[in-house]
Write a protein that binds this ligand. Structure first.
Ligand code: NOJ
Length: 552
């Protein structure tokens, strides 16, 4: 247990503030790649616990942990075999308890991942469903169906798995079961009351353990359209297109969240839900965060936007306009464990989406990534930071095929078979085993030179990306008005430049490659790169963001 002096740390004081989640900066820990305490090459909960002071000093409000539950790891833990157990690879329930307690002592909240759309195929319920056979009640908790064709040899409908290939797998007795993701991830049947009962019980289990909230995996997928209709000519993989899919974003999901909200609100301490909901529009995303449903939803429209002023302004305005009527905070996110890191996305030409396999111009990518961070952290609402982005890490685009683990990679035509590149364990030290990640190597190889990007190499170095994040987060914490509210006041700005005011604070983001000169809107507070000042004007170089105002 951590020892405390009598004066509470600033983070502890900050954690007391009401409605903490409305402007919170939430840091995503991907447990297998964060810190390894026992030298098996795989990160673990004790590793996370040992690094809590780092997260506290970075200045984030909460930590979201990707799944650490008992799992065969067919999809890096998003295939859960027991929702109430910690996988031995990550530690034990005692470790989880210690982590939650220590985080609270540091003024950090803990959000855990909940995976309600599907279980592992090793979950007790699925094992029973397989064993008890067609027609048995245990099959009703999943989507089992006879096949089509003379001998049932064709899948029940034309849905494809998000990871590629059919969304159905046939079992030896001839029936098929639905899996929107890997075959090892059978979808629950949310029409069955036992499924809802079980998940409300799981919520209580973790709430009783003291967690501060849940990130809901595939929150848009739980309810399927009546009769599981064929897609026909719809484009299967359009996650942010205009179509509502029969397996995504069905109106029935909202009944589930209204029930969950009732459970959550029985617990003291402002606990929250955040939805991973890929919907066609921000307006449909807003449905998930109506007052009696969830608190936040990830803004994938923002994450999917190129480094382009006009496009960014459009999505910022659309987001704020969509969230305002439901009273939910906007959220902003640039990276997570499913997409190419933004330092690499922005190193490549625009229009390539969020799965990019080329390194591009690394210096350019980093410059833009830093500028994008200052833009994001100046917007009203809550922001998500993915582990390692504070080090400016690029994606590792040249992992050899034999080390890859992303199930989508093996299923070929899936939307995103290259997610391993953003999951490489992070470097803590310049040298040493796995650059300080742990004493026994790392489950994915780290590139040569990774140590130069480490926490050790960047700490205390003026202008480093880590220090930029620390300063920006300190400003956000000192002046809560940055994350507050639901609007920005746009200022006139040259083409390719975004400028907006929040009280006496002004943010100017130059997304072009050329310098622009703007009026000095006040004292220079923070900049993502070197800027020049003369005669009441500020010269903002290309791909640079500037904050004007006072630190307060
Ligand atoms: C979304 C998660 O973020 C991703 O990593 C996972 O593969 C799918 N959901 C399936 O659970």
């Amino acid at each position: 247990m951590t020892q405390h002096s009598s004066a509470p740390h600033a983070a502890v004081a900050a954690a007391q503030h009401r409605d903490w989640w409305r402007d919170a900066v939430i840091y995503q820990v991907y447990p297998r790649s964060f810190a390894d305490s026992d030298g098996d090459g795989m990160g673990d909960l004790e590793g996370v616990r040992s690094r809590l002071p780092y997260l506290r000093d970075l200045g984030v409000d909460a930590v979201w942990l990707s799944p650490f539950y008992s799992s065969p790891q067919a999809d890096a833990g998003y295939d859960v075999a027991d929702y109430r157990a910690v996988d031995p690879m990550f530690g034990s329930l005692l470790d989880a308890d210690a982590l939650i307690r220590d985080a609270h002592a540091h003024g950090l909240r803990i959000i855990v991942d909940l995976v309600p759309n599907h279980s592992s195929d090793r979950h007790e319920w699925f094992k029973r469903a397989l064993a008890e056979g067609p027609g048995s009640p245990s099959r009703d908790r999943y989507h089992f169906r006879p096949g089509k064709g003379a001998d049932g040899e064709l899948p029940p409908n034309d849905w494809e798995s998000i990871f590629g290939g059919p969304a159905w797998t046939r079992v030896p007795d001839g029936e098929w079961y639905l899996h929107l993701f890997a075959p090892e991830q059978p979808d629950f049947n949310w029409e069955h009351p036992a499924v809802g009962d079980e998940f409300r019980s799981i919520l209580r289990f973790w709430l009783d353990m003291g967690v501060d909230g849940f990130r809901i995996d595939v929150a848009h997928g739980l309810v399927k359209a009546e009769g599981l209709p064929d897609l026909g000519s719809h484009n299967q993989l359009t996650l942010l297109g205009n179509d509502v899919m029969p397996f995504f974003d069905q109106d029935g999901v909202h009944d589930v969240y209204r029930q969950w909200r009732i459970v959550l609100d029985e617990y003291a301490g402002e606990r929250i839900f955040v939805a991973e909901a890929w919907t066609p529009t921000v307006e449909r995303t807003a449905n998930y965060v109506r007052p009696d449903e969830l608190h936040q939803a990830f803004n994938f429209q923002y994450l999917s936007t190129d480094w382009d002023a006009a496009e960014l302004r459009t999505v910022i305005d659309a987001t704020l306009a969509a969230m305002r009527p439901v009273g939910a905070p906007a959220t902003w996110v640039l990276s997570n464990h499913d997409v190419t890191r933004h330092a690499t996305r922005f190193a490549n030409p625009p229009g390539l989406g969020t799965q990019i396999r080329t390194a591009g111009d690394r210096d350019l990518g980093l410059r833009r990534a830093r500028a994008a961070t200052l833009l994001m952290l100046a917007l009203p609402g809550s922001a998500y930071v993915y582990q390692g982005e504070e080090l400016g890490l690029p994606d590792v685009v040249d992992l050899p095929d034999e080390v890859r683990q992303d199930p989508a990679y093996f299923r070929g035509a899936g939307q995103d078979g290259f997610r391993d590149g953003c999951r490489v364990p992070i470097p803590w030290t310049r040298t040493g085993s796995a650059y300080g990640f742990g004493g026994g190597g790392s489950w994915l190889p780290q590139p040569q030179g990774w140590g130069e990007l480490s926490v050790e190499a960047q700490s205390g170095v003026a202008g480093s990306t880590l220090e930029l994040y620390r300063e920006a987060l300190a400003v956000r914490r000192a002046r809560r008005d940055l994350g507050a509210g639901d609007a920005v006041e746009w200022l006139r700005a040259p083409e390719g430049v975004l400028a907006f005011r929040r009280g006496e604070f002004v943010c100017v983001a130059n997304t072009t490659g050329e310098s622009v000169t703007v009026p000095a809107h006040g004292p220079l507070l923070l900049t993502s790169g070197e800027v020049g000042e003369a005669d009441g004007e500020t010269k903002v170089p290309g791909d640079t963001t500037v904050w004007f105002g006072t630190a307060r």
